[in-house]
Design a protein around this ligand. Structure first.
Ligand code: C2O
Length: 575
């Protein structure tokens, strides 16, 4: 009798466990039958059970080269491969159509799971780099098999390279731009993105009123953006925030996904595409189709060359070593995605399988990364202590003024000459010497019930943590809200209350947030984002690791949005 009771109890536990919602787990491989076709992107029904991905050690080591350096022979092969891919019927999962649709399905939350409220969104969180690597892997293998050349590798569009030496890396390569009979061409690209215009890595369209970005100074600002974004110290800053099964995703991308990845997309897409009819659907395209719209981006072959460059930068970031490591969280490593391989098999691959390029049998041509050569900053005489160690200032700062006074701080510092070497207005840092304590004293803390700002820069102070921890200090803005249908660009500075758009070459520039409206997507009403910025390296570079408070100034560039956030707190990130 007792045994029966125990068995019954066990059975109840098992049933309960089976019914329970699983929160915080790896994503299982999506099933096509649960794809919800609201965005019209689901793959055709396919009842097969996906086969597990396996490595192909026999593949030749394929080399992805910089798009500006490939020769005519390669371009011919590259074009032939895309011509073949475009020629496949749409029902063929290897066709460019089906490839683009698959990307769309993964970016609109179309892949639902039985018993889970949320669909999978591979953008805006920690899967961004890993998912795209897998997608590129299969895409490239399909192209290779279509031209029966197993050495074929995609090129990378080297937009981060600002060297003003021909051939330029930071323009769309001309062989993408030839209109006639060119399978690499897309009519849905911005006029402003056509060569010889160079790419604008902070492009949002904001403040331009349809004009092309001014190329003057663009190389410099692109270099600054690259240097800053690639200096992400932790996996979370680089890849984006953790995102687990049965939770809502897409709200906290890493540095690189937002800028320059998103900006390059919208720079390349045609802002006027909505004036034309899509011959397939007889409906109008959306503004910024194709590249500037995730639902259609992968219809443009440029998409894949854009993403190989991101993939290369991920590889480079890891190879820099030190704290640059990927997540070791099993919810990350064991999450699975499905793709179609070159034989049209449905394949399931997990994140842990894309972390080693050798095993995937490809590599990148060595390329200098000129943004690394930005002149190293001369920090003032100070030993660089460990990340969260500081020496408390001798006296506590005076009580801050009321919020309203803040608006005048920038002017106060702009007009009030400060003593010492920092009085020179051409230097970025007014903050070495006695000024920093004054800046801290006058900057108010944030209000507890949320903060908003618009075109007037916002300056506030945040207290650093008292504890020392293993990891890096990051500043996280929670519940960031704006009009998501409009573009926005915010730059963040440390101890620089009179920062302007031009201050991005200052060492105090420590983060940027771009919002790119996606005409084809509507955000839920309560949509908000999280924005996380690294502090430790910046504080060290400007010699401010010892201070108890940081003073942050947010400046909107070009856009004129009303921007709100709930709080900005400093945490230790040990990812
Ligand atoms: Cu899946 Cu560049 O986007």
């Amino acid at each position: 009798m007792k045994l029966i009771c125990v068995l019954l109890e066990l059975l109840v536990v098992v049933v309960l466990l089976m019914c329970a919602q699983v929160y915080g787990a790896p994503f299982p491989a999506p099933q096509i039958r649960y794809c919800s076709n609201t965005t019209g992107c689901c793959p055709p029904p396919d009842a097969r059970v996906p086969v597990d991905f396996f490595f192909q050690p026999g593949l030749p080591m394929r080399v992805r080269s910089a798009a500006q350096f490939v020769d005519g022979k390669y371009i011919a092969k590259y074009r032939k491969a895309y011509a073949a891919m475009r020629a496949l019927p749409r029902s063929d999962p290897r066709s460019l159509y089906a490839q683009a649709q698959l990307h769309c399905a993964y970016c609109g939350g179309a892949f639902k799971y039985k018993g889970s409220a949320w669909g999978l969104e591979i953008h805006g969180g920690w899967f961004f780099f890993a998912w795209h690597r897998a997608f590129l892997y299969f895409h490239e293998r399909i192209l290779a098999s279509l031209i029966r050349d197993h050495t074929f590798a995609l090129p990378f569009w080297n937009w981060d390279n600002q060297l003003p030496i021909e051939p330029l890396g930071n323009i769309i390569p001309c062989y993408f731009d030839e209109v006639d009979n060119n399978p690499l061409y897309s009519p849905n690209r911005a006029q402003c993105a056509r060569p010889p215009n160079i790419v604008d890595l902070a492009y949002t369209g904001a403040g331009l009123n349809g004009e092309c970005p001014d190329m003057e100074g663009l190389q410099d600002s692109n270099g600054e953006i690259m240097r800053l974004q690639m200096s992400a110290e932790t996996a979370r800053l680089f890849h984006g925030n953790p995102y687990r099964y049965n939770t809502r995703g897409g709200r906290s991308p890493g540095n690189m996904e937002r800028t320059p990845h998103g900006n390059v997309h919208v720079f390349a897409g045609d802002p006027l595409a909505d004036l034309r009819l899509n011959p397939d659907t007889q409906q109008k395209y959306a503004a910024y189709d194709d590249m500037g719209n995730l639902n259609r981006a992968a219809y443009d072959p440029l998409f894949y060359a854009h993403h190989t460059n991101l993939d290369r930068l991920w590889d480079f970031w890891i190879k820099q070593g030190g704290a640059h490591t990927d997540f070791s969280d099993p919810d990350y490593l064991n999450s699975k995605f499905i793709f179609y391989d070159e034989k049209q098999n449905l394949v399931s691959i997990q994140v842990s399988q894309v972390l080693d390029l050798d095993k995937l049998r490809y590599k990148y041509d060595d390329m200098i990364n000129p943004w690394l050569m930005e002149p190293p900053l001369d920090p003032p005489d100070e030993i660089a202590p460990s990340p969260s160690m500081y020496v408390p200032p001798p006296a506590p700062p005076a009580p801050p003024p009321e919020m309203g006074m803040m608006r005048t701080i920038a002017e106060a510092f702009a007009t009030e000459p400060s003593p010492g070497p920092t009085a020179d207005p051409t230097t970025c840092s007014p903050t070495f010497g006695p000024d920093v304590s004054r800046i801290i004293r006058y900057a108010p803390p944030l209000r507890k019930n949320g903060t908003q700002f618009s075109t007037t820069p916002l300056t506030f102070r945040v207290r650093r943590l008292d504890t020392t921890g293993k990891g890096f200090e990051v500043l996280t803005f929670s519940d960031l809200v704006m009009d998501w249908t409009e573009p926005a660009q915010i730059h963040a500075f440390l101890f620089l209350p009179n920062a302007t758009a031009a201050s991005i070459s200052c060492p105090e520039f420590f983060g940027t947030f771009s919002h790119i409206p996606e005409a084809a997507r509507t955000r839920p009403k309560d949509f908000s984002m999280t924005w996380t910025l690294g502090l430790t390296t910046r504080l060290r570079e400007i010699g401010k690791l010892h201070v108890r408070h940081v003073v942050v100034t947010l400046v909107q560039i070009g856009s004129e949005q009303l921007i709100r956030f709930q709080d900005a707190i400093i945490e230790i990130d040990s990812s």
